[in-house]
Design a protein around this ligand. Sequence first.
Ligand code: AHR
Length: 512
Amino acid sequence: MKRTLCYLFFLLLANASIAQNTIVLGEDSVTHKIDRNIYGHFAEHLGKCIYEGFYVGERNKKIPNTNGVRNDVVAALKKLKIPNLRWPGGCFADTYHWKDGIGPKDKRPTIVNAWWGGVTEDNSFGTHDFLNMCELLGAEPYLAANIGTGTPQELIDWVQYVSFAGESPMSKLRRQNGRDKPWNVRFWGVGNEAWGCGGNMRPEYYADEYRKYATFMTGWSNSNKIYRIAAGANSANYNWTETLLKVIPNEMIEGIGLHHYAVIDWSKKGSATDFTEQEYFTTMKRALQMDEIITKNEALMDKYDRKQKIGLIVDEWGGWYEVEPGTNPGFLYQQNTMRDAMIAGTTLDIFNNHSRRVRMANLAQTINVLQAVILTDQEKMILTPTYHVMEMYKVHQDARFIPITLKSDDYVNGKEKLPAVSASASKDSLGLTHISLVNIDPNKSHTVTIDVTKYKLNNVTGRLLTSENVNDHNTFLNPNRVAPTVFAGASLKANTLTVKLPPIAVVVLELK
Ligand code: AHR
């Protein structure tokens, strides 16, 4: 009898520890959507992102292309439903003079890309090439303007060139260059990293510069209202955000940027593929810091913008490691493993859960640079684990946000710990409910119990991205080592959904 009691007690304890991860789906009454632009990307004139990544040139016979843009890349990004693309930088943006990149290609000046490897930039990919490519992709362009070395006139001219339908010197020039209809660009970055490569400005000085540039930007677009995005803070620099909010009147700004990279240590970033569990843990700690950084920025924005007009735009995020051995250090080419899938899943959950304020985000960067979704090698192209996460999470784009209450077990590493499970939820226009979940624990599976009482759900299906080791990745020789599969680990009984997440796993459930 004593033995049986002990056994029952043990079972109870075991069950108690299993039931540590709980989620309650909140009321079905939230009115805001998860803006599809949260799933945006970023393409800089850096390394092999634009040249060789997106653009291989009109005369290329080896790689199938449309006006020089790779067809395989376009198809892959369309599958992601890429909502927007930021260009031409990054640091490059504040050295870029857009008039160098228009007109006949053989007459365009050649410059040096001083920020990224000191390579020759022949300007063969310019404004028309980028905006036409966005049309091909079905993505909205997000142009980052030059505030560091440009002039207000240069920016006004650019706005007029791409968005003005009437008769003006710039629309005339556009027509001479073969484009009659304006592209009507909505998203404009007013500089980039003004605290660093954009001019090493103090926030007070930049805020005044912003006011000056922003004043002259409006009025040129016929159908679209311009969405001006101020160059935002570096990670946890809250003083930057607050100064901008204090100095710039709300009616002069639509978005405020934020850059945060998951980097172990800027002086010792570690290998992208060959890393220890400690390095993995530190990377995830830095990635999950995004939640705190956004929460604090939100609090500041709520103080200065009570009507919640201004969006928080995380226009650079992702993992940053040492470049692959033997590659140009200025090209920031790195492999992409299950660690990056963990960064992507948890970060997208954070964005979804803060979608009241986070209205746009841009993963750095789309192809062959930092946490890329695509890697290319001549005519070959592979999709990274990060690509697969973005593809699985696309169900949240423009879906109605569902608030969740999450209680997570710990992922323990020595004396430190992090929440093992992250999640977010939404309901799409067809009435389908989606719940995304991530288990970052490389050593343990985690069972999550989800209370769906507030929803009438009868059926669950799912997709899973996982692999044996956290440093597993796709290569040109083995391109499908990491790829999504059907997930059979979820069961729905009455109003309780039980989900068994394997170690290092991303799961997206669909419920109806
Ligand atoms: O994404 C690479 C670089 O990181 C960008 O050019 C810059 O804005 C940031 O520091």
